[in-house]
Design a protein around this ligand. Structure first.
Ligand code: PHE
Length: 525
């Protein structure tokens, strides 16, 4: 029998929470939440959002924490301990969702870092849209890959190195320490942004647009309620992505918790911190959008944007026109992009950790070897997103991961814990380790309600993408100009490939004897 290796443990509860919050709070909280809310009925969007949080977000977060904590392992190990046949799905999460998102996330953080540098001299000038297209040297088609952008690849390499530096140490020294700095710093930067943004002329208009409730938009009982349904489903999708669920991250992070811990408390704090941050950051975004609308005299709807369009086109444009004077405007811009970089990095390390832990669990390789190989491989994989077609490919990959892979991952997890491990036993684990009596409602959620809701959302996505699946038209809504073949190759094809890779990992024998339960022995036989 080989030597028993102790699993690392978080240095403190706060350290764990900050790391989990660091994973949850990412680019999406800053550039996506507020815009989704604005489009989804302003303040009224909070209703579907909170319902989604209670029906899917929190129950699944509790599930992931319980899974990792009770099985003391990354997803492949936790899944395999419960049922060996499920191991392949345990690999599928880190391979499909985690690594896929990580490769492209790093490149997006690289753009943010470059824009952080550009801010000081307001390098984007007056034509911020053209500047962005020029910067990416974007091609017209996802198949027109063209050349690699060396500037972006260089920055991406630097960021991979930084992630490597953080992850190469055990979590309690690496990720925990990094998040202890990242999260307070992020909060400070965001507070500065919010204060400056709300003090701008016209900010009130933006904030009113952000928060004013339009109840009609979320009313699914009215006639023609398709749009309202879409808003509800976007609230569920958003909750999932924003809490980093379905990636196996929260399973991994909770596997490093000490025996006695408050799983439900941890989940509630992570969710509250994440959602409060999103709402708060929305003031920085909409304050500036309101100011922009006032400056340009255009209708608010024309000015408002979310996602990369907000960060790299609208925001830079607004920064140039701010009334603080050139130097301070630049500094405001730098603060914004630095906040994005930090929010992104604290999520990126969690993605790297989920995969690293899966490999060290199974192959008993040294941590530094795994982190180094993954970082190198990851950097090479990121390069595709630094080519001229990078943004277009990224759009496709993300669409399929967000709308299909993560939600499927969530359903599989519900099945695993709800039926194979048994929800009752999972609930007992929570009670035994924290003394907290969770309502039986949780069992119902993870056994019936959550998977059904997720299934409905996936069906909706399939319906929305039906043109592609049926090969009916050359244009998919939201993806006009993308050849259908590119969606099949970069989207469906990439996902199929990840399943193959996951199967490949499953074939190998478990080399690991160090994790202390007897189930482990079963795995080895
Ligand atoms: N939660 C992140 C966000 O909202 C997305 C993410 C998920 C990033 C998982 C990393 C890992 O942006």
């Amino acid at each position: 029998m080989s030597k028993i290796r102790q699993r690392a443990i978080w240095g403190s509860k706060l350290g764990f929470l900050l790391a989990a919050i660091g994973s949850a709070v990412g680019l999406g909280n800053i550039w996506k939440f507020s815009y989704t809310a604005y489009k989804g009925g302003g303040g009224a969007f909070l209703v579907p959002y909170i319902v989604a949080l209670f029906i899917a977000g929190l129950p699944l977060l509790i599930l992931e924490y319980t899974l990792g904590h009770s099985q003391q392992g990354s997803t492949p190990l936790s899944f395999a301990k419960i049922n060996k046949k499920m191991e392949i799905f345990g690999w599928w999460l880190p391979v499909a969702a985690t690594f896929g998102v990580l490769l492209l996330y790093m490149v997006v953080i690289a753009w943010c870092f470059d824009y952080f540098l550009f801010s000081f001299s307001l390098e984007w000038g007056q034509e911020t849209g053209a500047f962005f297209v020029n910067y990416l040297n974007r091609s017209e088609s996802p198949f027109e890959i063209g050349s690699i952008n060396f500037r972006i690849s260089g920055v991406t390499a630097g960021l991979w190195f930084l992630c490597w530096l953080i992850c190469v140490k055990e979590i309690n020294h690496g990720i925990e320490k990094a998040c202890m700095v990242f999260i307070p710093l992020l909060l400070l930067l965001t507070t500065i942004l919010v204060i400056c943004a709300v003090s701008l002329d016209g900010a009130a208009l933006g904030i009113e647009k952000y928060l004013y409730p339009d109840w009609g938009k979320i009313n699914i009982f009215k006639k023609n309620s398709i749009e309202a349904w879409k808003i509800w489903s976007s609230a569920f999708g958003q909750t999932f992505f924003t809490l980093s669920l379905g990636f196996g991250i929260m399973v991994t992070y909770s596997s490093y918790l000490p025996k006695k811990t408050s799983i439900v408390g941890n989940a509630v704090w992570t969710a509250i911190a994440n959602c409060t941050y999103s709402i708060f950051a929305g003031f920085a975004v909409f304050g500036v959008l309101g100011f922009m609308a006032g400056q340009t005299g255009e209708a608010f709807d024309k000015v408002a944007e979310g996602g990369p369009g907000l960060a790299f086109v609208v925001y830079p444009n607004a920064i140039t026109q701010l009334p603080f004077g050139e130097f301070w405007n630049g500094l405001f811009g730098a603060t914004f992009f630095l906040a994005l970089v930090i929010a992104g990095l604290s999520s990126a390390v969690s993605l790297l950790e989920a995969f690293t832990c899966s490999l060290t669990d199974k192959f008993r390789m040294k941590r530094w070897k795994v982190v180094s190989s993954l970082s190198l491989l990851g950097f090479l994989g990121s390069i595709i997103f630094t080519t001229r077609a990078g943004l277009l490919i990224l759009d496709i990959v993300l669409h399929f991961i967000e709308n299909y892979a993560l939600l499927t991952g969530g359903i599989i997890e519900c099945f695993l814990v709800g039926y194979m491990m048994k929800a009752k036993i999972a609930r007992k684990h929570i009670e035994d380790t924290s003394g907290f009596k969770l309502s039986v409602l949780w069992d119902w959620c993870i056994m019936f309600i959550t998977p059904v809701v997720l299934l409905i959302i996936i069906s909706q996505s399939i319906y929305a993408d039906r043109a592609m699946f049926l090969g009916e038209s050359e244009q998919l809504k939201g993806y006009e100009g993308y050849p259908i073949a590119s969606l099949w190759i970069y989207g469906v094809g990439a996902l199929a490939l990840t399943l193959l890779i996951a199967a490949g990992f499953t074939v190998f024998k478990w080399r690991n004897r160090h994790i202390h339960t007897t189930d482990e022995e079963q795995l080895l036989t």
